[in-house]
Write a protein that binds this ligand. Structure first.
Ligand code: NAD
Ligand code: DAU
Length: 342
């Protein structure tokens, strides 16, 4: 059936991958991407999508009510998937405010537009970080959808706030809404401020590899395409008002990821530098994905070894994509964040 899906944040990492996923999976869907192109948004990510007659791009800020309403008026989307967010924990520690305005108020503007223009579904792309963290010495503990929200950083607090607001809109105004809370994603088009691309690029350039604390913090890694497939299934068969955790039981210590990247690039492990820890650094994330498996039949397809190789191969083959980023404003960011650490 023909549908128009409005994807916010589609010039970013996961949103960009989702645009390609949906164009491929649903030949009868039109995709409208709304993105304000912050430092993390990149039009070159959408270069191939722009060749499709079923794709449209609108540069707009989700906080700008007038412009967002105009876009809803123009396209009348059936479904809205909200990826647009400030997404980097370290930046939220230095400058929380924009996280609150975009991640919370921007979500509100989109939901108001969904109600005003009669969208059938609003899907909020959330994160496992809303649950806080788990102890390192309790491998038996996992985040379920019933785990209380307990955010640690301004970023995760802003995402948890947005989740509460989505549920409030669902109950108060009858908004048809779903939420997914996914673990750490990796794959093509991830901005180089994040662990895997940052380490790949530094390793290739023979620069220090700044590992926070002792590198023992654990993240639960999922290949981005598996996340996109999960969201697509939730849009198709997910129940109104429900939350779905998404993760593939792939827990890894940061230091082990960095060592794998050294192995792939041939860089010496002597480049690894243990630096001052992130403030409030969450120890361990681990998702229990039983609900989405049981109710929607989702399972991750990509094994970590294969996904990591595919990802690093992509960065190796797409130097121009990331070189353009790291040669610009990113240099100042890196100096500010890491200058006194490495
Ligand atoms: P990203 O930082 O790569 O991309 C965010 C995109 O949103 C960018 O294109 C940016 O330009 C756009 N954007 C930011 N503020 C905007 C605004 N005010 N108006 C319009 N567009 C705006 O982020 P990502 O890693 O792709 O994450 C996407 C979503 O998924 C976020 O909501 C994040 O919380 C969530 N998430 C991320 C992960 C992960 O591992 N990266 C895991 C779980 C959930
Ligand atoms: O769990 C989902 C979350 O995953 C998403 O909601 C966030 O948007 C996304 O950024 C990611 O958050 P993390 O903080 O886990 O990702 P990041 O890549 O920043 O860091 C991963 C781990 O690596 C974390 O424990 C901090 C550590 N790290 C990170 C960087 C950038 C380092 O040791 N050194 C670094 O330079």
């Amino acid at each position: 059936m023909k549908k128009t899906v409005l994807v916010t944040g589609g010039a970013g990492f996961i949103g960009g991958n989702f645009v390609y996923y949906m164009l491929g999976a649903h030949p009868d869907y039109d995709i409208v991407c709304v993105d304000s192109l912050t430092y993390a948004g990149n039009l070159s990510t959408l270069k191939k999508a722009k060749e499709s007659a079923r794709f449209a791009f609108e540069k707009a800020d989700i906080r700008d009510r007038g412009t967002i309403n105009g876009i809803f008026e123009k396209y009348r989307p059936n479904v809205v998937v909200n990826f647009a967010a400030e997404s980097h924990v370290d930046r939220s520690i230095k400058n929380p405010e924009v996280f609150l305005t975009t991640n919370i108020l921007g979500t509100q503007v989109l939901m108001d537009a969904c109600i005003a223009y009669g969208a059938e579904r609003f899907h909020q792309v959330s994160t496992d970080e809303v649950y806080g963290d788990l102890p390192l010495d309790r491998p038996d503990m996992f985040f379920t959808e019933k785990t209380p929200l307990k955010a640690s950083s301004p970023y995760s607090a802003s995402k948890a706030s947005a989740d509460l607001l989505v549920m409030a809109y669902h109950r108060t105004y009858g908004l048809n809404a779903t939420i997914s809370r996914c673990s750490n994603n990796y794959g093509p088009y991830q901005f180089p401020e994040k662990l895997i691309p940052l380490m790949f690029i530094n390793a290739g350039e023979g620069k220090p590899l700044p590992v926070y604390g002792k590198g023992e913090n654990v993240r639960d890694w999922l290949y981005v395409e598996d996340h996109c497939a999960a969201i697509d299934l939730i849009l198709e068969n997910g129940k109104n008002g429900e939350v779905y955790n998404v993760g593939g039981h792939n827990e890894m210590r940061n230091i082990d990821i960095v060592r794998l990247i050294c192995k792939y690039t041939g860089a010496s492990e002597t480049l690894i530098k243990f630096v001052t820890d992130r403030k409030g650094h969450d120890l361990r994330y681990a998702i229990d994905p039983e609900k989405i498996k049981r109710e929607l039949g989702w399972t991750p397809r990509t094994k970590f070894a294969d996904g990591l190789k595919k990802t690093l191969d992509w960065y190796r083959e797409n130097e121009s994509w990331w070189k353009e980023i790291v040669s610009g404003e990113y240099k100042n960011y890196y100096a500010k964040m890491y200058g006194d650490k490495v």
